[in-house]
Design a protein around this ligand. Structure first.
Ligand code: G3P
Length: 217
């Protein structure tokens, strides 16, 4: 299972990367805006730091425009994945990029049928937004389970990349359901390390060790 980090904040990426927690990075226009720096500069910086796949989102509404953007973005690093929204034009672009050997990530998706369409088009990754489904009273993780069943049944190679992750239960269920990748905000990634019994156990060990530790001179 791969962990991607869902941010364009270079400090946040570096901190998690140094702990071996970052297999790749996903960005989108909102995350680039939040990071507050130039788009190209930010992506180049991330790509130089993290060897794994870096998703960069296209903004065009036509397949032709998306392909033109993709041609530019792949020059920003040797690990760029082109992120494309789930539309008819988007699927045309995914098919063309797949034939050219360019990796794609189909984004803003919410249903197993959209995932089936993306796989047929040759997408490398499908990104279902589980948190946004939860927000409107659905159970986002049910979609992940359904996509897993469909992809396994027909041996699709498209990887399930769980996105819009809000909390640790999303991460745990992604692992239990066999999602290929989960892209996690930095804050949630760090929360995975925590357990109150770990804190308590470390405090006890340090307290007990004081018996033989020398006082500093
Ligand atoms: O990568 C984009 C996706 O993770 C969006 O998350 O929190 O804006 O729904 P969110």
């Amino acid at each position: 299972m791969n962990f991607f980090i869902d941010t364009a904040d270079i400090d946040e990426i570096r901190a998690a990367y140094e702990m071996g927690l970052v297999d790749g990075v996903t960005t989108n226009p909102t995350l680039i805006k939040k990071a507050g720096k130039d788009h190209e500069k930010t992506i180049r910086e991330i790509s130089a730091l993290v060897p794994g796949p870096i998703s960069v989102e296209t903004l065009s509404e036509t397949a032709e425009g998306m392909l033109e953007e993709a041609r530019e973005y792949v020059t920003w690093g040797n690990n760029i994945v082109i992120k494309i929204v789930m539309t008819a034009e988007g699927m045309k672009a995914v098919r063309a990029l797949s034939e050219q050997g360019v990796k794609t990530n189909v984004t803003v998706t919410f249903s197993p049928l959209q995932a089936l369409v993306a796989a047929k088009a040759g997408a490398t990754y499908i990104s279902p937004f589980v948190g946004r489904l939860d927000d409107i009273g659905h159970v986002g993780m049910d979609v992940i389970s359904q996509i897993r069943t469909i992809y396994d049944q027909y041996d699709f190679e498209t990887q399930i990349l769980v996105a819009s992750v809000r909390h640790l239960t999303h991460v745990l269920e992604s692992a239990l359901m066999g999602a290929d990748v989960v892209t996690v905000p930095g804050k949630v990634l760090m929360q995975m390390l925590n357990h109150p019994l770990t804190d308590k156990g470390i405090a006890t060990f340090l307290q007990d060790a004081k018996q033989w530790q020398k006082e500093p001179a």
